[in-house]
Design a protein around this ligand. Structure first.
Ligand SMILES: Cc1ncc(COP(=O)(O)O)c(C=O)c1O
Length: 399
């Protein structure tokens, strides 16, 4: 720690040294053991008899991932986007079908349905957890509904029992978007076996990363796992004789990526524990800030991918954009926006989608902001961000 730097304090009169706080930081996540794992398989591939075929690294990683996520099967792929696409393909989603999704999510949750020419139907989110609400989903079910894609938003488990009940009553499969949720626990158990399948992301800024990109599909359903396993690699079925039983693509993960999956997975619990400590610290630091709605469920079991706070716009006369601009310009703090409403993206302007009956989502997308908290954030770093938030609110209230 810099001994000459003053400790942040809540006193507006005390000068606090400003310093850049970036939104992404892999310190304590991507380390020498990950580099060594990737290097080892790259060096082996350089031998005269070497190759880049990902076995057995892929198999090891799949087995370890399934164990960690509390499910029977894992199929690793090159991203969560392709994982969702494969699930839509495996379900035979096509034109005329409807897929129910949240509007507060990354574009590809809904894009996976639209890419298969289906209609994305937006149901509302829960005002506390910000995850898709089963009761809102229930109202959107039609005879054309072929799938539901809830997101374990920010790393907090969605209402799994609520969606299980929907599947029981209506027979509609649930595919979880678990991009934020590696390591998330629900009632003490991993979320990999919930619903028909879950789709994970190991892209660069997630809690673990396989060389910057990567994903996986997990399931307790052997038949579904086999189907996506075939689809991810040209429809191949390996055996005494290679067969092609369905039209697939190449969505495979590379060998160095799979090798780093093992080292990343070995430390994921430590990474999440460090994130949880920071998230809880921030929750305490913002306890007395009435203008900020702190995230719910920051406790054991939360995957702690994103700390999504909300600016309570009913209590202030400035917009979130002004708040974030002040934080950036004056305090050099970069925040994320998870997310603009899916339907607000240009590409969705003319697609067949239904965004009615989503008041909670409409409000949330004007309020959310993800604070830059990582395993490498220090006590002082948390205090600095909390201090800057309080000072920014005070400054903007005066304007
Ligand atoms: C909720 C959600 N779903 C899907 C994805 C896509 O993940 P990937 O980049 O691995 O395709 C992301 C990525 O940020 C995400 O946040």
């Amino acid at each position: 720690m810099n001994a000459t730097r003053q400790q942040p304090t809540d006193s507006a009169k005390t000068a606090v040294a400003k310093r850049p706080v970036p939104f992404l930081a892999l310190g304590g996540v991507w380390e020498q053991d990950d580099i060594d794992a990737a290097t080892k398989v790259m060096q082996a591939a350089a031998r005269p008899d070497g190759n880049f075929f990902p076995l057995p690294e892929e198999k090891d990683f799949q087995n370890a991932l399934a164990r960690h996520e509390g499910c029977k099967h894992a199929v690793v792929v090159n991203s969560c986007g392709t994982a969702l696409d494969l699930c839509m393909m495996a379900l035979g989603i096509h034109a005329g079908d409807e897929v129910i999704v949240p509007g507060l999510t990354f574009v590809c949750t809904a894009g996976a349905a639209v890419a298969r020419s289906a209609k994305a139907v937006f149901a509302d989110i829960d005002p506390v957890t910000l995850c898709l609400s089963p009761s809102s989903v229930e109202k959107k079910i039609s005879p054309r509904t072929k799938a539901i894609i809830p997101v374990h938003f920010s790393g907090l488990a969605a209402d799994i029992e609520g969606f299980d009940n929907i599947t029981k009553r209506h027979g509609i499969p649930v595919i979880y978007d678990a991009a934020h949720a590696v390591g998330t626990r629900h009632k003490g158990k991993g979320i990999g076996g919930a619903g028909l399948a879950a789709c994970y992301s190991f892209q660069s800024n997630k809690n673990m990363t396989t060389l910057g990109e990567g994903g996986a599909i997990t399931s307790d359903n052997a038949e579904f796992a086999e189907k996506v396993r075939g689809l991810k690699t040209f429809g191949y079925v390996y055996g005494p004789q290679l067969r092609v039983t369905q039209i697939g693509f190449n969505y495979r993960m590379t060998k160095p990526q799979a090798a780093t999956g093992m080292t990343q997975l070995a430390k994921i619990d430590r990474v999440i524990a460090a994130r949880l400590a920071r998230f809880q610290q921030m929750n305490r630091a913002l306890e007395d800030v009435a203008e900020i709605i702190r995230p719910a469920g920051i406790t054991e079991g939360h995957g702690c991918h994103l700390y999504v706070a909300r600016l309570d716009t009913s209590r202030v006369r400035f917009a979130r954009a002004d708040f974030l601009k002040h934080l950036k310009d004056v305090w050099q703090i970069a925040c994320g926006n998870h997310y603009p409403a899916v339907w607000s993206w240009e590409a969705f302007q003319n697609v067949n989608c239904d965004k009615s009956d989503t008041p909670v989502t409409h409000k949330a997308v004007e309020q959310v902001m993800s604070l830059p908290l990582f395993p490498s954030t220090t006590d002082e770093g948390v205090a600095y961000i909390a201090h800057a938030i309080k000072e920014t609110i005070a400054a903007l209230k005066k304007e």
